[in-house]
Design a protein. Structure first.
Length: 323
């Protein structure tokens, strides 16, 4: 059910969160998600602690900048050094974070090679130190985002659960896949339920939530809330749609014309943030397939946008297709 979400010293009116998405979750995406969906909060892309300490100016627009009109933000950090994480936590707190998360789920090789992301799930003592470093350097709620790990043996999961609990994390986000599994592998709801039953802190379920039935299936694990991911791209209204449907209330989905307008709003906000059209148009090419989900001529639209090089041309393309 949809209910208030209590995380550490903060309470949010709903228990649906927009999760972090690489290459997507900068300020314009989060702002639109807040404007049209009003989740509990949205997450940034994961931010390297080492890079944050050394190159904050290069990171600013994509990873750190906030829209003054967006809702609460959870900044997600990754690294493998407790001292660096402690300093990064202080920096992000000063930037105005509402919550801070430690990524322990990323399966990307270059992240795992650094001893970060999902590789921390094989080192419970290090994970404990990392969480302690965060808790000692901020008064904000601290979370850990993990994947289920190994072959699902109870002892291994208990070690991770104990480390997270003993270190004082305020809540846990569980993506119900192992780091070796791709998105075509269904989420292991039983593994999420394992953590719900083991932890005294709130557990947030993540993975494969895109409709009201998948939302109900995740909530059936007993989790305190859910985290949306890829389904939120191109559907910034998704939180409100899910809330309405689970409460058996009507929801009027945006028309194709309205979706086209929101897509262009997204692109214009990217131009405003980065100060140039070029990057925004490149992002538009990545985003269009999501905004065009329901169009019968999606393929032709995507081809035209992929070939587009300026905003004026993009506007004309949208006028032709989003009708």
């Amino acid at each position: 059910m949809i209910k208030p979400l209590h995380l550490g010293n903060k309470t949010f009116p709903v228990n649906i969160i927009q999760g972090p998405l690489a290459g997507v979750s900068c300020a314009p995406f989060r702002f639109l998600t807040w404007k049209y969906g009003k989740p509990a909060f949205s997450c940034t892309e994961m931010i390297s602690c080492k890079a944050l300490l050394n190159k904050p100016k290069k990171l600013y627009h994509r990873y750190i900048a906030k829209d003054p009109n967006e809702g609460p933000i959870c900044y997600q950090l990754f690294g493998n050094n407790p001292e660096e994480l402690a300093t990064a936590t202080e920096i992000i707190t000063d930037y105005g974070a509402d919550l801070i998360d430690l990524n322990c789920g990323c399966p990307v090789k270059k992240v795992r090679r650094q001893g970060a992301g999902s590789s921390l799930l094989s080192d419970a003592p290090k994970l404990y130190k990392m969480i302690c470093a965060m808790k000692q350097n901020t008064g904000l709620p601290v979370s850990v985002k993990i994947r289920v790990e190994g072959n699902g043996e109870e002892k291994f999961n208990l070690d991770i659960a104990k480390a997270i609990s003993d270190a004082g994390a305020d809540f846990l986000v569980v993506h119900g896949r192992r780091w070796t599994e791709h998105y075509e592998t269904p989420v292991h709801h039983d593994q999420i339920q394992f953590f719900v039953e083991q932890m005294k802190i709130p557990v947030i379920g993540n993975g494969d939530i895109f409709c009201v039935n998948s939302l109900k299936k995740m909530l059936a694990t007993g989790c305190a809330g859910v985290m949306l991911a890829r389904a939120g791209v191109g559907q910034p209204w998704l939180t409100q749609k899910l809330i309405a449907e689970i409460n058996q209330q009507p929801f009027i989905s945006p028309t194709p014309k309205e979706i086209g307008s929101i897509f262009l709003e997204h692109v214009r906000l990217l131009i405003e943030l980065f100060g140039e059209e070029r990057f925004a148009i490149l992002q538009a090419r990545k985003l269009i397939k999501y905004y065009a989900r329901g169009l019968h001529n999606k393929k032709d639209l995507c081809i035209d946008v992929y070939a587009c090089n300026d905003l004026d041309t993009l506007i004309n393309i949208c006028l032709n297709y989003f009708t």
